[in-house]
Design a protein around this ligand. Structure first.
Ligand SMILES: *[C@@H]1O[C@H](CO)[C@@H](O)[C@H](O)[C@H]1NC(C)=O
Ligand SMILES: *[C@@H]1O[C@H](CO)[C@@H](O)[C@H](O)[C@H]1NC(C)=O
Ligand SMILES: *[C@@H]1O[C@H](CO)[C@@H](O)[C@H](O)[C@H]1NC(C)=O
Ligand SMILES: *[C@@H]1O[C@H](CO)[C@@H](O)[C@H](O)[C@H]1NC(C)=O
Ligand SMILES: *[C@@H]1O[C@H](CO)[C@@H](O)[C@H](O)[C@H]1NC(C)=O
Ligand SMILES: *[C@@H]1O[C@H](CO)[C@@H](O)[C@H](O)[C@H]1NC(C)=O
Ligand SMILES: *[C@@H]1O[C@H](CO)[C@@H](O)[C@H](O)[C@H]1NC(C)=O
Ligand SMILES: *[C@@H]1O[C@H](CO)[C@@H](O)[C@H](O)[C@H]1NC(C)=O
Length: 572
């Protein structure tokens, strides 16, 4: 009996060795239901805090992330008042306050083709005790490009004469094929829950025309159409989801083509936050596929006073291929391991998708549903991330086995972003009206910063030794690399990803993009040749991070300018 078990064990260990996996432990062997695992991921909580609630987050240089909060009573100070902007140093975990003039509360943002970050819109109100604030609902805040690693040259520029065409609180912005920003939606002034004072239109930064473009789609998506989800498709059109409505917006023709509603009554935009992502685009066809996960199934005519923090979020993910055949086929439905709202979907450089943050029940916002948790409209923070593998079979794409728990609730007003270092930076959470701290509060204002480190952060990694500062479109480049001996196999799986790290806020990673590039490592393992995307429709001209992944071990990213670096509009 014992001999037989030992024999089985040694056979299985041999099989495991042959396929290159770790030998299984006896306890795993006795469990016949061993599931795919994602071991080796860890959360690391930094000793330095963000000083402000990191409710918007965007990486603006190889070493710096920019955070914005509302003008509030946060602990980080600047010029004798609480700060609501800060730079986080990704290498030293040092935080530096930025003096912001206008209220950046619930603004959108993105990087332009010339590397400048544009933060757009925000809140019209001030804050008691922080009187320096100016209204932010028409503001445009420009920063960088930052060349100093510690941010000395990263000044924020706010010109009172450079403003949006419309007042926008809760708008979205994405960079499009000519390197400028498409800006959508929002409301004019503060409202408590639904969008009762809507700006149902599009505009551009820099401005392209005299007036805004009205949108029937945003009108249809009322009252839950805030932070509309937008994805730039590789033909230059834009895929949009708001509430349960979906369209393709043709910027050049100014037409909206209606696509099938999200299935099964799921709604996904604020205050019912689901998340959305454009799956990695691959040559030669760059066929776009869209994934929408979470949100809630409710009747959106119910007023917040009749909603509760215990209404479950949906686990539904809906996926569609954005080609005529794919649209005819419609949405394919699958499920996360739990319901989520206010979470985010993000690219991992090897083409997988990370699902992180959020709550299992309730809604975005605070002080509006009937059974608040403290001030929060939501409850049951989801602490364990999941990984979605796009090319796995339906029903087997999502796993969390082996994933750690963050131990810190990241609900309303939390953020997460991939960094050039290759790990994920997580901050914020504040379902309160201003700064609320203390052990008595279930969901306090959260100043703790964490990283979620993938397994490759703790093993020898490939290295991109150098990279041109600018990459032209449709061009082959050869760059020096170095590979650890553990990855120097002739048949290793090589992936080179050109990524926009995106702008994180309110459960949406605006502008996030991963374009895989055809690539080859030289036979001596010392150089990498890759071919850039054909044009700015596949990757809108502007800043990008290039990651080399060999057998799922990812290098640090190389920060580049994809295209000319010209100010928008530019087609090169
Ligand atoms: C951290 O930033 C502050 C400015 O906020 C600066 O005075 C200090 O020197 C920095 N510390 C390090 C270690 O970079
Ligand atoms: C989308 O929402 C609208 C408005 O509530 C509703 O009439 C429609 O049936 C919904 N679509 C689906 C597919 O559930
Ligand atoms: C809640 O529902 C009741 C019954 O339908 C209705 O009378 C009341 O106006 C609703 N309250 C809110 C705040 O929506
Ligand atoms: C937040 O506080 C301000 C006063 O500082 C008040 O005017 C506003 O109504 C409050 N909002 C909510 C949603 O509680
Ligand atoms: C925190 O909770 C304790 C125990 O319930 C209570 O005595 C104390 O007053 C609370 N503090 C605040 C600030 O609410
Ligand atoms: C890209 O370059 C190839 C030749 O290297 C050319 O055949 C092709 O037309 C170019 N594509 C675009 C979009 O310019
Ligand atoms: C890389 O990760 C994917 C997804 O988990 C897995 O299917 C694949 O076997 C891994 N490849 C290698 C070479 O480890
Ligand atoms: C980038 O373009 C924007 C929009 O035209 C402009 O406001 C900004 O000054 C430009 N930045 C640089 C560094 O030229």
């Amino acid at each position: 009996m014992a001999h037989a078990l030992l024999l089985v064990l040694s056979l299985l260990t041999t099989v495991a060795k042959l396929v290159g996996a770790k030998p299984l432990s006896p306890s795993q062997l006795l469990d016949t239901t061993v599931k795919p695992r994602a071991p080796g991921w860890t959360f690391n909580t930094k000793t330095e805090t963000s000083g402000i609630v990191a409710l918007e987050s965007i990486v603006v240089s190889p070493t710096l992330a920019l955070f914005f909060d509302r003008a509030s009573d946060d602990p980080l100070q600047i010029n004798g008042h609480s700060a609501w902007g800060a730079l986080w140093n990704l290498e030293t975990s040092n935080v530096t306050a930025i003096d912001v003039v206008t209220n950046s509360f619930c603004a959108g943002g993105a990087l332009l083709s010339n590397g400048t970050m544009a933060s757009i819109g925000g809140d019209q109100t001030g804050f008691p005790g922080n009187p320096v604030i100016k209204p932010g609902n028409q503001a445009i805040r420009l920063l960088g490009p930052c060349s100093s690693p510690t941010g000395e040259d990263c000044t924020l520029f706010e010109d009172p004469n450079l403003v949006l065409q419309a007042e926008r609180w809760y708008p979205s912005a994405i960079r499009i094929f000519d390197g400028s920003l498409l800006i959508a939606g929002g409301m004019h002034v503060e409202a408590v829950f639904y969008n009762v004072d809507p700006e149902n239109s599009f505009e551009f930064f820099p401005r392209k025309e005299e007036s805004v473009r009205p949108s029937a789609f945003l009108e249809r998506a009322l009252p839950a159409n805030l932070f509309p989800r937008m994805l730039a498709l590789p033909d230059g059109t834009v895929f949009m989801v708001a509430n349960n409505q979906t369209i393709i917006y043709d910027i050049e023709a100014n037409t909206e083509t209606v696509l099938p509603d999200l299935p099964n009554g799921v709604r996904v935009t604020n205050p019912i936050d689901g998340s959305i992502i454009l799956l990695p685009l691959s040559p030669p066809d760059f066929t776009p596929e869209v994934l929408v996960c979470g949100g809630t199934i409710i009747d959106d005519t119910i007023q917040p006073g009749n909603l509760t923090s215990q209404i479950p979020a949906t686990s539904q993910c809906s996926r569609i291929t954005v080609t005529p055949e794919g649209i005819a086929k419609g949405w394919e439905v699958e499920h996360m391991l739990e319901g989520r709202t206010m979470h985010e979907l993000l690219h991992i450089p090897n083409g997988q998708i990370l699902i992180a943050n959020g709550a299992g029940t309730g809604f975005a916002g605070f002080n509006s549903v009937q059974d608040l948790i403290g001030n929060s409209n939501a409850d049951h923070a989801v602490l364990v991330p999941s990984i979605y593998t796009p090319d796995a079979p339906l029903g087997e794409r999502i796993i969390n086995s082996g994933m750690p728990s963050s131990g810190i609730a990241r609900v309303y007003h939390s953020t997460i972003t991939l960094t050039p270092q290759g790990n994920f930076l997580i901050g914020g959470s504040n379902p309160n009206n201003g700064t609320v701290v203390g052990a008595n509060v279930t969901f306090p204002s959260e100043f703790r910063i964490q990283t979620l480190d993938p397994p490759f952060m703790s093993v020898p990694r490939p290295q991109i030794v150098s990279m041109p500062e600018k990459l032209s479109f449709n061009t082959s480049f050869t760059v020096p690399i170095s590979l650890p001996s553990s990855l120097s196999r002739p048949d290793a799986n090589v992936q080179v990803a050109l990524m926009d790290l995106g702008f994180s806020t309110h459960g949406f990673h605006a502008g996030a993009r991963l374009v895989l590039m055809d690539s080859e490592i030289s036979s001596d393992g010392k150089s990498l040749t890759f071919v850039t995307p054909p044009n700015g429709r596949v990757y809108p001209p502007g800043p990008a991070t290039v990651f080399l992944t060999v057998d799922n071990v990812t290098s640090e990213g190389a920060w580049v300018m994809m295209g000319s670096g010209n100010s928008p509009p530019t087609l090169e």
